[in-house]
Ligand binder design. Structure first.
Ligand SMILES: [Zn+2]
Length: 197
């Protein structure tokens, strides 16, 4: 596997954003990356996460690259940066607050995602029992679903983006999905709410 390092010549240009971009470029195309599906989620949720990994969702910068006139290409959530897949799901302040809330809810160290694989594979770093690991994996994929839908609601319906609403939806939808799909019909909301599953 090709090794890479931050060239000393680049130090004058060093910035965290630059480093993240560099890492992103280096890790983005991983031909052997194996996407892990989760059958406790509706198929459409898995398909969205799979498309995010492939950067095949219509964020503003990708639409603009295809010469589709989208007007502003800035992030609909914060307006501070161009909307890329990396920004929308990882570095945007909204996304970071969502991942912080998910980490806190699931009682794990903060999720620090440098690329989409860190999010999709974050479950591998937990030491949860098998069933709980699969639920956590479902939560991470489900979180991308909720972030994307919230973003679309803003873009197409002008609905304001609120972190608390996104986190609430992750918990509520996650509960319904797990209750009906994981064979855990006895799953109680109180336990789910504490992630004591
Ligand atoms: Zn943003």
């Amino acid at each position: 596997m090709e090794k890479s390092c931050w060239s000393i010549n680049d130090l004058s240009d060093f910035s965290v954003a630059g480093l993240k971009q560099k890492i992103h470029e280096l890790t983005r195309t991983t031909p052997n990356y194996k996407f892990v599906w989760n059958n406790w989620l509706p198929r459409k949720v898995g398909i969205l996460a799979w498309r995010i990994e492939l950067e095949r969702i219509p964020v503003m910068t990708l639409l603009a690259k295809r010469n589709i006139d989208v007007g502003l290409i800035s992030c609909p959530a914060c307006g501070d940066m161009d909307e890329t897949v990396e920004h929308l799901f990882m570095s945007c302040g909204v996304a970071q607050l969502v991942w912080q809330a998910v980490s806190s809810w699931c009682k794990i160290p903060s999720i620090l995602a440098l690329n989409i694989h860190d999010l999709l594979d974050g479950y591998k770093l937990t030491n949860f029992p098998k069933r709980k690991v699969k639920m956590f994996h479902a939560i991470c994929l489900g979180s991308t679903w909720c972030l994307w839908n919230t973003r679309n609601d803003k873009v197409f319906n002008g609905k304001p983006i609120m972190v608390e609403s996104i986190v609430g939806e992750i918990k509520t939808l996650g509960y319904l999905w797990m209750k009906h799909r994981s064979g855990g019909t006895s799953l109680l909301w109180e336990d789910w709410y504490r992630f004591d599953v």
